[in-house]
Design a protein around this ligand. Structure first.
Ligand SMILES: Cc1cc2nc3c(=O)[nH]c(=O)nc-3n(C[C@H](O)[C@H](O)[C@H](O)COP(=O)(O)O)c2cc1C
Length: 263
């Protein structure tokens, strides 16, 4: 059983029963959890007007439960759209590092992300001190594609100190990197996107790296040797270089029309 139901508080309104997608609640005089099908989505708890339901596994985490008015959205469509319009990839950073407290703020966005089967198995790595060591491993894995991608070739030259470039071909001026791991690709990407957007709202910036991502595609097992604490079933599905932006963009740019097919 996953739920604690307060029979005194329950008004038998049946809302919990209606939102449960696992048919796990019936309501007679009060709500009753009927089976062991619950996957802890918490919808019953979130919809209950009288606060009669608590997820057992989240007992003691009351600070995570915040009431809000379901009719009031904290931001307007136009504000959110303008925010999305102003998003830009950022590759030029100040020398200042992001501190742990700020990272924690970003991960709050991921904390509230949806995940496939409500697994909530998205996990992050912040690479800072071990970034160079990690990038050496990345190069060692992805160098097999050096002839296909000039960036990988440049990266090798940079590491061997015979590069003509004064910036890192993969990290540019980035000094901190967020990696996202999960068993499910979509869940990882959603979680990372949310922290990315929160980052912009805090005046941070960054960009995704296709080439670092290749390390997982080319040799997952070798890559995971670096991350002994992470379940090998999880893949690195997102790599985001982050920092304090050194440049400011002033206007939107045109994009190719987005294709939408209505069937
Ligand atoms: C999945 C993904 C991988 C990316 N890989 C790289 C990369 O390896 N290096 C890089 O400089 N930018 C990378 N980018 C950033 C894009 O090139 C960038 O979105 C594009 O230049 C358009 O600029 P904007 O993001 O400011 O609109 C990547 C973006 C995404 C979504």
């Amino acid at each position: 059983m996953k739920l604690i139901i307060d029979e005194e508080l329950c008004t038998a309104c049946k809302q919990c029963m209606q939102v449960c997608i696992r048919d796990n609640i019936v309501v007679e005089d009060f709500a009753i959890e009927t089976g062991s099908n619950c996957f802890e989505c918490g919808h019953c708890m979130a919809i209950c007007k009288s606060g009669a339901i608590t997820l057992k596994s989240y007992e003691g985490k009351e600070d995570r439960i915040v009431d809000y008015n379901p009719r009031e959205l904290p931001l307007e469509y136009d504000d959110l759209l303008q925010f999305l319009k102003q998003r830009r990839s950022m590759r030029w950073f100040k020398n200042k590092k992001i501190d742990k407290e700020t990272f924690e703020k970003l991960f709050e966005g991921a904390y509230y992300s949806p995940s496939a089967q409500n697994e909530q198995d998205v996990e992050f790595v912040v690479l800072d001190e071990k970034l160079d060591e990690f990038m050496e491993l990345v190069y060692d894995i992805i160098k097999v594609q050096e002839d296909e991608f000039f960036r990988i070739k440049e990266f090798g030259e940079y590491l061997r100190d015979n590069s003509t470039k004064d910036f890192h071909p993969l990290l540019w001026e980035g000094k901190q990197l967020i990696l996202t791991f999960s068993t499910d690709k979509t869940s990882a990407v959603i979680a990372n996107t949310r922290l990315e957007l929160l980052a912009y709202s805090l005046g941070l910036g960054g960009f995704y790296s296709l080439f670092i991502l290749k390390a997982d595609e080319i040799d997952h097992d070798r890559l995971m040797e670096f991350f002994q604490d992470i379940d090998k079933d999880k893949h690195m599905y997102s790599t985001f270089i982050i920092g304090y932006p050194k440049k400011r963009f002033r206007r939107t740019i045109p994009h190719k029309d987005i294709k939408v097919n209505y069937y």
